[in-house]
Design a protein around this ligand. Structure first.
Ligand SMILES: CC(C)(COP(=O)(O)OP(=O)(O)OC[C@H]1O[C@@H](n2cnc3c(N)ncnc32)[C@H](O)[C@@H]1OP(=O)(O)O)[C@@H](O)C(=O)NCCC(=O)NCCS
Length: 388
């Protein structure tokens, strides 16, 4: 067998594997990218009989708080033909993806797993706590703030794009969206219209939501984002005006979302789940790219164990001075020992180092150094509101 990039002539076979793995035999609609494509890289394992396993890395960028942006490899389309399953082919394409992301300086990777165990083995682990609300329309409250809500069109994306950007910089993990991405979110579909509303005061937009389709029993809101409490009130008031059409609305929000402070009611259901599965691809690169939320001075030596990205398995001496973070390989005794799964969680801030320590997921050898480690990776919460 050989592992290689897909070529144009492989496209029908790639579609065949995707259709078999993800679409119950219906012809898969996505177009797999090519090896040098700016947007994605896809490759697979070929045998004499053809393509057996495939994987796609989507090349994204994410916000990591206000000051840091990171290249992120979004893993998708991991698939193996049924007759070749259990031979380690998916494992091989994942290991290859790690090397490719390292080369491209994609210091972090996200994916949306079918099984947490499957990807944990290769170094990914859950991060972030996402709330999904289901709210009966009749418990929502009318608000005078709704007078500031207006319908917007797909052409207004730049205006709401700037609200999204300001909001995203309060989190670790939100995607930096391309024009095409916004077009996909806001466009009308062949059989379904998209309705978007924004709260606007003094010619500034403070929040919006995007709604496509839905049904009487429950309608899912693609995105509801606000920068101010009054915008949240105004938009909830507009949802209330759908009382006679829709029984319930649902939407996803980060762990620190203020809905419970705006309106609490026994009939609000809040489901908690991880936001995504994340992995640090390059420990040294990721630490050097990070900045503490508040100026910090101190140092620690971190011993990392990473079976599938061996370049990370080492002791790393980290020195922080104000907002500057320096990281070098070290032979000094470790202050903290951690595996790549737990380090990836610490890096995205959720669960944090104290929570992981209580769960026995990291070992502390020096308390002073640990306090610096804990402080360095405190800061914005983790959330992402895009899937791939
Ligand atoms: C999931 C899938 C890609 C696995 O492919 P595969 O080539 O059989 O996987 P591998 O042989 O490399 O298995 C790697 C490891 O994962 C384990 N594993 C395989 N399938 C698994 C499953 N369904 N759940 C949990 N673990 C699984 C294997 O036991 C193996 O672990 P081991 O080395 O400790 O024995 C394949 O079953 C598939 O194409 N499924 C349909 C599409 C899909 O769901 N893709 C995932 C999208 S996120």
């Amino acid at each position: 067998m050989i592992l290689r990039a897909h070529r144009d002539e492989d496209l029908p076979e790639v579609k065949m594997v995707m259709s078999q793995a993800f679409s119950f035999g219906h012809i898969h609609q996505g177009e797999p990218g090519k090896i040098d494509d700016e947007k994605s890289t896809s490759f697979g394992i070929y045998e004499d009989s053809g393509l057996q396993a495939s994987l796609e890395i989507n090349h994204y960028k994410i916000y990591m708080g206000n000051d840091v942006q990171l290249k992120m490899g979004g893993i998708g389309g991991v698939a193996c033909m049924p007759a070749s399953r259990g031979k380690g082919y998916a494992g091989e394409v994942l290991k290859h993806a790690l090397k490719m992301m390292k080369e491209r300086e994609e210091h972090a990777s996200f994916l949306f797993p079918f099984s947490w165990d499957f990807y944990r083995k290769y170094g990914w682990d859950w991060t972030g706590v996402q709330r999904t609300y289901t709210v009966p329309t009749n418990i929502l409250k009318s608000s005078p703030e709704t007078e500031y809500v207006r319908a917007i069109t797909a052409e207004d994306w730049k205006v709401i794009g700037s609200v999204y950007e300001a909001y995203s910089k309060q989190y670790r993990g939100m995607m930096i969206r391309s024009d095409k991405h916004w077009e996909d979110i806001l466009k009308h579909e062949e059989k379904t219209l998209t309705f978007s509303y924004a709260y606007s005061r003094d010619e500034k937009i403070e929040g919006y939501f995007v709604l496509r389709g839905g049904k009487k029993e429950e309608t899912h809101i693609r995105e509801l984002i606000t920068l101010t409490p009054r915008a949240y009130k105004g938009l909830l008031g507009l949802l209330k005006r759908h009382d006679m059409q829709m029984d319930k609305f649902s939407w996803a929000a980060p762990e620190n979302d203020p809905l419970w402070s705006q309106l609490y009611h026994w009939d609000i259901e809040t489901k908690l789940e991880p936001a995504t599965s994340a992995r640090v691809v390059d420990v040294a690169g990721a630490i050097a790219a990070w900045q503490p939320a508040t100026p910090l001075k101190g140092k620690f030596t971190l011993k990392v164990q990473d079976e599938y990205a061996p370049w990370n398995t080492a002791s790393w001496k980290v020195e922080v001075d104000d907002k500057q973070v320096n990281v070098v390989r070290s032979s000094e005794n470790a202050d903290i020992s951690i595996d790549i799964q737990a380090f990836s969680q610490v890096y995205f801030g959720s669960p944090n180092a104290d929570q992981l320590r209580s769960a026995g997921r990291l070992t502390v050898h020096d308390e002073v150094a640990y306090a610096v480690f804990l402080q360095l990776f405190s800061g914005p919460s983790m959330w992402i509101n895009d899937h791939f």
